[in-house]
Design a protein around this ligand. Structure first.
Ligand code: GDP
Ligand code: MN
Length: 396
């Protein structure tokens, strides 16, 4: 699950990571009130107004602006709230901005050379360990740095048994060319950041920029935070941060009915029970000359209601030309599943306009096949994997 910048900073602050102070606002009036409050708390008189959308590159798209007075706070937030923000990371259509973060300006006036540092934490899938990636070349052009001068990006891998060690935190501060107060500040910053990453069950932290202020403080100015969906039950306060306005509507619908669904760009929809079988089914579709339109694991209870919900979700994708249902009846009996498919199909009337191939294997598979064949619906049945593949091929 992705969260907004202001929420990401809230999570970081909970774990003692230094962040730029800010308050979220949904109207220009709220933005002015937020700015006044920030002035009371931090004595700042300049502010940055930042569009809150789930996309990076906001600075380049005009979604991050400096306001040097309350009048400018009002004018800029008026301009940003409600706009369609187009950035290098959005579609051409952009994303609608519902709220802005009003933050204290931390690039103090007179601070001609603010140091923008890049720090991210993510899993290295090759070694199975978390790693911290960092660079002195933070800021809005980090992608260019990665492409043209990758030697300027360092990595530090963390042993999960002991966590981030003190010498590693010092090495990072050293490689970032910091000294004195800023060096100490960075050691504290990365240590807290790593604790936050593990403690929040995150799958990605990207803090770009981390700023070294002119008075040598180290603070997070931006925060891209992705949390592990499977661990959200441990963090009800973070789970409540979900903003479904930012998410794919099909994904939202699938989650509401408890289906594991990932949309892909192929033409054969699939409905399978069990993630392993789903993967194998996607391979099968490929071999049959198709391309999977989705990954969908209906889980253990393939009853009529769930099957119907799954059909509806698959059919929201206009690219789907056929649906392959591949269910292994172990604990769940195949005849029950077949009845579920028949009921769902009847219930949906004309909503199903594509051929459906059903392969049921396991307990009562033969009874299930008979049920489907006798149902007089436009559903083809198969028991063997290969039969199902051949039928998919014919259907395309
Ligand atoms: P992104 O473009 O979506 O990654 O948004 P960021 O939060 O990284 O902001 C983009 C840029 O805005 C930063 O790289 C900074 O150069 C600038 N910026 C952010 N906060 C401040 C601030 O407090 N003062 C000033 N003057 N600029 C800021
Ligand atoms: Mn950024």
């Amino acid at each position: 699950m992705n969260v907004h910048e202001f929420q990401g900073k809230e999570i970081l602050a909970k774990f003692g990571v230094g962040v730029q102070r800010g308050i979220v606002a949904t109207t220009p009036e709220e933005a002015i009130a937020a700015a006044k409050q920030l002035t009371e708390e931090t004595r700042t008189s300049w502010y940055v107004i930042k569009a809150q959308v789930h996309a990076g590159g906001r600075g380049k798209g005009g979604g991050v602006k400096l306001a040097m007075s309350l009048e400018e706070v009002a004018r800029i937030s008026e301009e940003i709230i409600g706009m369609q923000l187009v950035t290098p990371q959005t579609t051409a259509e952009g994303k609608k901005v519902h709220q802005v973060l009003v933050a204290e300006d931390v690039y103090y006036p007179g601070n001609s050379e603010p140091e923008e540092i890049y720090i991210s934490i993510l899993l290295n899938r090759t070694t199975g360990r978390n790693m911290i990636m960092y660079s002195t070349e933070g800021g809005m052009d980090i992608e260019k740095v990665a492409e043209e001068t990758p030697e300027l990006i360092f990595t530090e891998e963390i042993n999960p048994n002991v966590g981030l060690l003190a010498f590693q935190a010092r090495k990072i501060a050293f490689n970032l060319n910091l000294s004195g107060l800023a060096f100490k500040g960075m050691v504290k910053f990365v240590s807290a950041l790593y604790k936050a990453y593990v403690g929040a069950d995150a799958t990605l932290f990207e803090i770009n920029p981390v700023l070294k202020t002119s008075d040598d403080k180290i603070i997070a100015v931006d925060a891209k935070v992705t949390l592990d969906d499977n661990a959200l039950f441990r963090h009800p306060d973070f789970a409540a941060m979900r903003d479904i306005r930012e998410e794919n509507p099909t994904d939202v619908a699938a989650r509401e009915v408890g289906l594991n669904y990932v949309q892909l760009d192929g033409n054969v929809g699939c409905m399978v029970n069990g993630a392993g079988l789903a993967m194998a089914t996607m391979d099968l579709i490929k071999q049959a000359g198709g391309d999977p339109a989705n990954f969908l694991d209906v889980g253990g209870t393939a009853d009529a209601a769930r099957v119907e919900a799954a059909f509806r979700i698959i059919l929201q994708d206009p690219n789907v030309k056929a649906i392959l249902v591949n269910i292994f009846g172990g604990i769940v009996r195949c005849d029950r599943v077949a009845q579920g498919i028949i009921d769902a199909y009847k219930n949906m009337g004309d909503a199903i306009q594509v051929p459906i191939i059903v392969r049921l294997q396991g307990t009562n598979a033969d009874i299930a096949k008979q049920l489907i064949d006798d149902s007089s619906l436009d559903v083809q049945s198969a028991i063997l994997f290969q039969e199902a593949a051949d039928k998919v091929q014919e259907a395309l």
